[in-house]
Design a protein around this ligand. Structure first.
Ligand code: AKB
Length: 323
């Protein structure tokens, strides 16, 4: 296998936080007619419908995945559909069905239809509290406590299996929390780092669902896009890890983020009322060692906390009308 992709691209989870931005990057790069956006739980935006082809797709239905891949002669798949950590704890059966059955279906279709290259989103949730929490290494114990995390560990191993057993060119990143201004995340533990911007601009106050000293790894969307496209563009010989690469970027406390936002919204007040998501946050890394990603395919994030906050504020305040 491993033919060079000619780029008929399917993006699952296209209406989600990452997918809804990735489809525009891909359509700029490969042409609008070559990107098939597939989503299920959220309606596509007008903007999305005007740019790419949209298909309703539940990835836990293998026949449906197979039909869409065949219909458009797909040779590259970005598989982003999934139920996130907090939502997964509310409905573990659904998380298993979407995350595990969905991944297996997409891998099978990729194998059966000779897809040339595939991306799958893993997460920092693959780690559990017994792994070192600061500068968490690429290779360490993976004993997560959430069903989402379990699906990520099993998924990483399944990707590695399809790569070694069938020669599928599958690539993956352990995404940290992604901060973005276009589409809100939904059902994640890191969602506070996005919600806080919207609430600061709209209401000048926010009740944060983790403690103020909580540190989680985060990444700004432009860096997330750059990492994903760079990984997928790399020559197969550069990809040494077929489970999933650690991807580091930002690491700050919830209070440090609130203080940074206060530079733009001086009246902003942030309160902290931890809920069940605190326990999940406490079981995840605070920062990641991403040396293999840097060495193998040249990963280097551009945004630090002040630069990310400035850009987020500028984009959101224009859209939400900051008064
Ligand atoms: C979540 O919080 O569940 C996600 C993730 C870190 O994978 N954002």
């Amino acid at each position: 296998m491993s033919a060079r992709p000619s780029n008929r691209i399917l993006v699952t989870g296209a209406t989600g936080q990452i997918g809804s931005e990735l489809i525009f990057e891909l359509s700029k790069k490969y042409g609008e007619q070559n990107v098939i956006a597939a989503g299920h739980s959220r309606a596509p935006s007008e903007k999305m419908l005007s740019v790419v082809i949209f298909e309703t797709l539940d990835v836990s239905d293998k026949d449906a995945v197979s039909k869409i891949a065949a219909k458009y002669d797909i040779d590259t798949i970005y598989h982003l559909a999934g139920v996130l950590s907090a939502a997964g704890e509310k409905n573990p059966a659904l998380a298993w069905q979407v995350n595990m059955d969905g991944l297996r279906n997409v891998l099978e279709v990729a194998r059966e239809q000779n897809v040339a290259r595939m991306f799958w989103a893993s997460s920092i949730a693959a780690f559990g509290a017994n792994a070192p929490r600061v500068n968490t290494p690429q290779e360490t114990s993976l004993i997560p406590t959430t069903v989402y995390g379990i699906s990520k560990v099993a998924g990483e191993l399944l990707c590695n299996y399809y790569s070694t057993r069938y020669g599928l060119d599958i690539r993956s990143l352990r995404y940290p929390g992604i901060i973005s201004s276009e589409t809100l995340p939904g059902g994640g533990t890191t969602d506070y780092a996005v919600e806080i911007f919207y609430e600061a601009i709209k209401k000048k106050k926010y009740t944060c669902f983790v403690r103020k000293d909580t540190v989680l790894p985060m990444l700004y969307m432009p860096d997330c896009m750059m990492a994903t496209l760079k990984l997928m563009d790399a020559d197969p010989s550069q990809i040494k890890i077929r489970t999933s690469y650690n991807l580091g970027g930002l690491a700050f406390t919830a209070e440090e983020l609130a203080n940074e936002i206060k530079k733009y919204v001086p009246e902003f007040v942030c309160e902290y009322k931890p809920d069940f998501r605190q326990k999940i946050a406490d079981s995840w890394p605070m920062s990641l060692d991403d040396t293999p990603a840097r060495k193998d395919w040249g990963w280097k994030p551009a945004f630090d906390l002040p630069a990310m906050t400035k850009d987020m504020f500028e984009k959101l305040s224009e859209r939400l009308g900051y008064l």
